[in-house]
Design a protein around this ligand. Structure first.
Ligand code: ASP
Length: 328
């Protein structure tokens, strides 16, 4: 079976490999897409770096205090959902009708339990709701109005849809409309910003989570990979924890997050080889673009993307933080 992936190994050097000796305990991403130095101002870059740093610090504080990987993932993602810079929570992209519709998932690598929500419009932190679905219901995925009613029952913070909408997203939607661009995943790579986290705690438990507003100009009701366990999020203590970002339709069709775990489990690939195969092989083979962070049970991190850039960062077991944005 590994023979089928032999082409992948030549591509491994394109991935952002982490030093073999350092154990990573938390990694995050803030979306992949057309992110280049040319379109970034120093001030804006600083803002992104600050937000990513804060998310890593919050998540690391949980792990350092002996907390669970699930708690660390939620803590990190919450910071990014609350930041207007990212396409998750406040700052989410808008659907064709100018409404923010949010998706989120979380998965526990120890129990293989998972929770997800899709198309919610009024829940301030969708990652918290995904976790409630996992822990307080026998289900995995709740959608739309009913998910919002459940959030209310659970005492989660409810906000008007306007809370999520920042001026820049309105402008992006307007530009999309003016250009008459159809709502196709191919056009969405300029509105990056989905957020995700993977963590490994002291007990050796892995967890993963992802949160997004989806694709700019999407049809109302469209659900992306960030709401689908196995596509945008996966965690299994036996292999790895994965969060993806990019053109969700392709991640769903390639079942990308689960594929990485499956390649490790059944083809004995390393996390780096598996993530490279999934992105450069499966995703790119379908014509899709995006990226992935995947953390194995030994703390080895693979960060692989076939876009120009990806907001990303990680913290090692000594608390050392690294943040990167561009390909180089
Ligand atoms: N994967 C997300 C979606 O398709 C979007 C993104 O990651 O930017 O909903």
């Amino acid at each position: 079976m590994a023979l089928g992936f032999s082409g992948v190994f030549g591509l491994v050097q394109l991935a952002q490999a982490q030093p073999d000796t350092v154990r990573i305990v938390l990694a995050i991403h803030g979306g992949a897409g057309t992110i280049t130095r040319a379109q970034m101002t120093p001030e804006r870059e600083q803002q992104y770096r600050e937000a990513l740093r804060q998310a890593l610090q919050e998540g690391y504080a949980v792990l350092q205090a002996g907390g669970s990987s699930l708690d660390a993932v939620v803590a990190a993602i919450r910071v990014l959902e609350d930041s207007p810079l990212f396409n998750a929570g406040r700052g989410a992209v808008l659907n064709r009708d100018g409404v923010a519709e949010l998706d989120a998932t979380i998965m526990d690598g120890r129990t293989l339990k998972a929770g997800a929500v899709a198309g919610v419009q009024t829940v301030k932190n969708p990652i918290l709701l995904a976790r409630r679905v996992m822990e307080a219901t026998p289900h995995v995925l709740l959608i739309g109005r009913a998910a919002e009613a459940f959030a209310q029952e659970q005492g989660l913070e409810i906000v008007p849809n306007e809370y999520f909408i920042v001026p820049e997203r309105r402008l992006q939607l307007q530009r999309l409309r003016e250009q008459g661009i159809g709502i196709v995943p191919e056009e969405a790579s300029s509105t990056y910003g989905t957020v995700g986290a993977v963590a490994l705690d002291r007990r050796g438990n892995l967890a993963a989570g992802t949160s997004t507003g989806g694709l700019m100009g999407k049809l109302p009701g469209r659900v992306g990979d960030s709401a689908i366990i196995g596509a945008g999020t996966y965690a299994d203590n036996a292999t790895c924890a994965v969060s993806t970002t990019g053109q969700g339709e392709y991640f769903i069709r390639g079942v990308v997050a689960h594929e990485i775990a499956a390649l490790m489990k059944y083809a004995s690939l390393s996390v780096q080889q598996a993530a490279s195969a999934a992105i450069y092989g499966t995703l790119a083979g379908l014509g899709g673009q995006g990226g992935v962070i995947a953390l194995d049970r030994n703390g080895q991190l693979a960060v692989v993307f076939n876009t120009e850039g990806m907001y990303r960062g990680y913290v090692d077991e000594h608390g050392h933080i690294t943040i990167q944005i561009y390909r180089d």
